[in-house]
Structures are given as C-alpha cells and as structure tokens.
Design a binder for this molecule. Structure first.
Ligand code: EPU
Length: 307
C-alpha cells in the first residue's frame, strides 16, 4: 500500500502552532498543534496515509469558507488541501469532463467555464471554497447543488488505497454527502459539464449573482450559518426573531441577511459562537423551530438544546 513518507519531507510542509484564522473566511480561530499543507497531489496522498496510520482524528480543511475554529489552541491535526489545485480537461462531443484537484477553488472552475462556454456550474456563482469541500458538503444554492455536476470522485481510503466513485454510488442530500458523513480525503473530482455558448453561461451566472444581492458583501462571513429547516428559511426565522444587527464583541448578525454573521474586523471566534447560539435560542423561543448549524463549528456539538 503506502510508500513511507520521509520525516524530512513531511516536515517541509508541516507547520506547528499555526494560527487557523488566515485559513478561514471568517478570519477567526486559534492555533493548531499541526497544520499539514501538502504542496501537491503525491504529498497529499502520502500525508493522508501517514495521518490515517498515526492519528485517530484529523480535520480536513479546504477553502475554510464553512468552518469555525475556537480561539483556544486545538490539538487535532489539520490537513489543508488548498495547495493541491489544478484542472485537466477532456471532451466527448459536447460533454466536457473537468477533473479538478481537491483544493482547486470552485470560483476558478466557474471562471474557466464562463471563458469556455461550459454549462453546469452556473448555480455555484458566488460560492467560495474548494471543489473538494464543495463536494463533501454538497454545496449549493436554491437552484442547484454540486451533486448534479459530479461525474466521479477519487478518494484516499482509510487503508491508503485510492478509490473511484461514480456520482450515483455516493449519497447526496441537502448540504451533505456520504463523503462528509464518513470523512475521507478527496483527491480529485471530475465534473461533467456541457459545451454551450459563452454568452449563455455568462447570462446565467449574472442571474444567479443577482439573487445574491440581499447577502452581505465585502465583509468576512462564512456564508449561511444555519441550514434551512424543511419548507422555511433560517434567515427569515432569525430576522423575525429580531436578531438582525445584534452584536457580540466584534461580530454582528448581518443587517442585510440574518443567516450571516459578520466579523466586523476584530471578532473573536467566541463572539461568533455566542451570537449563533443566541440566534438559535431566540428563534426557538419565537417560533419553536430548532435550527441546525450549516457551518461546521469545530469541537462544538450541534445540539439544538444547547445555549
Ligand atoms: N429573509 C428574510 N430576512 C432575512 C433573510 C431572508 O425575511 O434576513 C426571507 C427572504 O425575504 C426570502 C426568504 O427569507 O423570502 C429566503 O431568503 P433567501 O432567498 O435569501 O434564501 P435563503 O433560504 O436564506 C438560501 C441558501 C443560500 C443561498 C440562497 C440563494 C441555505 C441555508 N441558504 O438562502 O446559501 O445563497 O438560498 O440561493 O440553504 C449558504 O449555503 O451558505 C448560503 C448562503
């Protein structure tokens, strides 16, 4: 199975005591004992095999757009995939197969799609993060999610082997996939897109971005904090519970869209968590609905009864 990862090679891309804040879009979070940031595909494979063999638990970090880390130092190693990026393109008639390394920014794939006239990812306009992260969490918007564009996923399994999954061998649901339930390192993802005209793709992207005009921009957020409960909108419920504009330290419930929490500049991770808990409490009191986190609050149980 695994060729050994030479200690000096590992050390070349491990950082100890690394603050996690710069790796998240919220810009908060304390240090991790070990950040492992492989610079390429082969090192990612070796690092995953090493981690599987030596650590019971590690956190897989992509673009950091949907995660919160605590202010306190964490002992859990963090495997960062964001340096493993790139696309390979194959064609079959009008079908375009784009194989993206796990850490490729979704926005880069969308930009290329607009340049080339590839259709299928327009729904993702404005979604930050990496392709691997998007696939694990089945990222999406009201009009679609990444599951619809996935042809194949290649993972690094717990026994160190590489495995190819067709999209229909995985299970997909609202902001979840079987890859998020049983964490596996995603090595690359093949997206199946369709060749159309550049203008058509650009037009659809513009329409999707227009849907986002009522979301905060130019401020640090992690997208929607809570999942939408069935048949309702978490943002609407938080708004109705009177939370818009509420602050805790340097964090604020967005006055633009209540399901976003903004870091106004110097928020502590704890400010954000306090605010999220308060929103959840207020919504439960106002409407009896227990919201569930969409953002991954590292080390915090998603216990609707908390706070
Ligand atoms: N609303 C309010 N107050 C608010 C926010 C929303 O009354 O502060 C109302 C809106 O007026 C609308 C309804 O709630 O009637 C739904 O709002 P919106 O259209 O903004 O959609 P959403 O359900 O809040 C979802 C996704 C977003 C995605 C948008 C657009 C979730 C949790 N949210 O938001 O995804 O961008 O649709 O497609 O699924 C994310 O996943 O990070 C995210 C932001």
């Amino acid at each position: 199975m695994s060729q050994q990862l030479a200690p000096e090679r590992l050390e070349s891309f491990v950082k100890r005591g690394q603050p996690l804040a710069p790796f998240t879009t919220w810009g908060v979070g304390g240090t991790t004992e070990m950040l492992i940031a492989p610079p390429g595909r082969e090192d990612l494979i070796s690092a995953a095999r090493w981690l599987y063999g030596t650590h019971r638990d590690f956190y897989l970090l992509g673009g950091g757009s949907n995660v919160w880390f605590p202010d306190e130092p964490t002992k859990t190693p963090v495997l960062y995939t964001g340096r493993v990026a790139g696309m390979d393109v194959g064609h079959d008639g009008d079908e375009v197969f784009v194989t993206c390394a796990s850490g490729t920014a979704l926005g880069r794939v969308l930009a290329r799609s607009m340049d080339e006239g590839w259709s299928g990812l327009e729904f993702a306009a404005g979604i930050p993060g990496t392709v691997g992260g998007a696939v694990a969490g089945n990222a999406g918007t009201r009009i679609g999610s990444i599951a619809s564009a996935v042809a194949r996923v290649r993972t690094i399994e717990q026994d160190g082997t590489l495995k190819d999954w067709r999209a229909d061998e995985l299970t997909w649901s609202y902001r979840e996939s079987s890859l998020s339930c049983a964490p596996r390192v995603i090595l690359d993802v093949t997206l199946a897109l369709r060749r159309t005209s550049e203008n058509a793709v650009r037009e659809r992207v513009r329409a999707v971005l227009a849907m986002r005009h009522r979301q905060p921009t130019g401020v640090k957020t992690a997208g929607c904090v809570f999942r939408n409960p069935p048949g309702d909108s978490a943002g609407r419920l938080i708004d109705r519970a009177g939370c818009k504009g509420m602050t805790a330290g340097g964090a604020r419930v967005s006055p633009v869209h209540a399901n976003f929490i903004e870091n106004l500049g110097a928020a502590a991770a704890n400010d954000i968590l306090q605010l999220a808990r308060l929103c959840r409490k207020r919504v439960r009191e106002a409407s009896g609905v227990s919201l569930r986190y969409e953002v991954k609050f590292f080390g915090v149980p998603d216990d609707a009864a908390e706070a």
